[in-house]
Design a protein around this ligand. Structure first.
Ligand code: AMP
Ligand code: GLY
Length: 411
């Protein structure tokens, strides 16, 4: 089978790697791709937001499956453009990707499907926002309705800051504050059958102990030994299946990766958000533990035949990802800093490196973005995987490199 992965980030590198390791896959292509994929895939220079360009490339290469990684092309309908050429695509239609593209839409679907989530108000002007903030009280949670690359949510005790964020956005969702730890639970679905993956946790803040501003994600690990044993079954029954069924009922079936961001609150599980794609960096440790070929799952989801594919199975042990970011991240980022030590890091048992913001300058690997790369390790326990990942991190160097030191600690 020939596959084409669309995107440039760590998630896409992890997908390319899993497909390259899949015995059923003969060719992996990626567009635009990143330097980490060069040894695994043929890279093509295509605008991932341009559905016609992506579909042309898929047709020209004669691929059997296209995987669209990031949310922006999905919301823009790139999967629809590929489907229109009769090519199987893993990733929801633009209409179904609205589960991520509009927080107000996601809330509407959750209400209709009786999915547990924070009480919320959709507000389009200052008066509405003021009323919602007064009704819900602090801590205030104000979310830009649209895609905001992880920057759209303000959680604050400061009423004026909350109101200022609300008025700076065209439309916001203001919702009740959810306490408790956050868990990411992903599911692969063809619109009917739903296969949950392992629960994972993502570390969103830049600093140790969850200090400082939100980022795209500074690390992740899976599985989570501390979650209730029945969590996956409960979320499948109360969140994932009802949402997939509701989307089908509306005539906009959701096929692809449904990402439930959950809070385990004192009053039970609540959905914080849905995403319409593999999450980053949780995907990196999840795929490191996947003990099944990836392509049948993705193709089954893409073609409505997931029930014919065995549910995914997992290697024993744990996987941990530690992200290394460039100087200035997340407020800014630094490009062109020379990265050393990737081969040394990968020489450790069970360690591999996934690229995100890297570029080649001559023979040098250099930084080219905020989150530069992630060191992924597997091990018999979370502690063993963590130690191996940090041993890899210690080998890698570039000017201004930042990483958290507490990913998966104390597990
Ligand atoms: P989102 O983009 O919806 O995932 O929000 C980004 C982050 O903001 C989440 O991962 C949470 O840490 C935080 N957050 C979002 N909604 C809430 C909420 N209702 N209560 C508390 N924290 C929240
Ligand atoms: N891990 C957060 C995200 O992918 O949105």
């Amino acid at each position: 089978m020939k596959t084409l992965v669309i995107g440039t980030g760590g998630r896409e590198h992890a997908l390319v790697r899993a497909l390259a390791l899949d015995p059923g896959v003969d060719e992996v292509h990626a567009a635009p791709g990143n330097p980490g994929m060069v040894a695994l895939a043929t890279l093509h220079d295509v605008d991932p937001m341009d559905g016609a360009q992506v579909a042309d490339l898929a047709e020209r290469l004669g691929v059997d499956l296209v995987v669209v990684g990031p949310e922006a092309p999905l919301v823009a309908g790139v999967a629809d453009a590929v489907t229109a050429r009769g090519i199987a695509v893993f990733g929801p239609t633009g209409a179904a990707a609205q589960l991520e593209g509009s927080k107000a839409f996601a809330k509407e679907v959750m209400t209709a499907a009786h999915v547990p989530t924070a009480r919320s108000f959709v507000c389009t002007d200052e008066d509405e926002a003021e009323r919602a903030l007064t009704e819900l009280g602090p801590p205030y949670v104000v979310k830009d309705d649209g895609l905001a690359a992880g920057k759209g949510v303000v959680v604050t005790l400061d009423h004026d800051e909350a109101l200022a964020h609300a008025t700076s956005c065209e439309r916001v969702v203001i919702e009740e504050f959810l306490d408790g730890p956050e868990v990411s639970l992903f599911a692969i679905t063809d619109g009917t059958t739903v296969y949950p993956l392992l629960p994972a946790q993502d570390f969103k803040r830049i600093g140790d102990g969850d200090a400082g501003p939100n980022t795209g994600g500074m690390g992740a690990y899976t599985p989570l030994p501390w979650v209730p044993a029945d969590l996956v079954a409960e979320v499948l029954a109360t969140v994932l299946k009802p949402t997939v069924d509701e989307m089908a009922k509306r005539g906009t079936p959701f096929a692809g990766l449904l990402y439930a961001g959950l809070a385990l609150t004192s009053r039970g599980v609540r959905v914080v958000e849905f995403n319409a794609r593999f999450g980053d960096p949780e995907t990196q440790p999840l795929l490191a533990l996947l003990d099944a070929p990836l392509s049948p799952l993705l193709l089954g989801a893409a073609t409505g035949t997931l029930a014919d594919v065995p549910a995914p199975t997992w290697k024993p042990g744990s996987a941990v990802a530690v992200v290394m970011a460039s100087r200035g991240y997340p407020e800014s980022s630094s490009s062109g800093d020379v990265i050393t030590g990737v081969d040394a890091a990968e020489a450790h048992e069970g360690v591999h490196v996934i690229h995100a913001g890297t570029a080649l300058r001559g023979d040098d690997l250099v930084t080219a973005g905020g989150r530069v790369l992630a060191v992924i390790a597997t091990g018999d326990s979370a502690a063993a995987a963590r130690d191996a990942a940090y041993a890899g991190v210690a080998d890698i160097d570039f000017p201004g490199a930042q990483h958290r030191t507490d990913i998966a600690s104390g597990i």
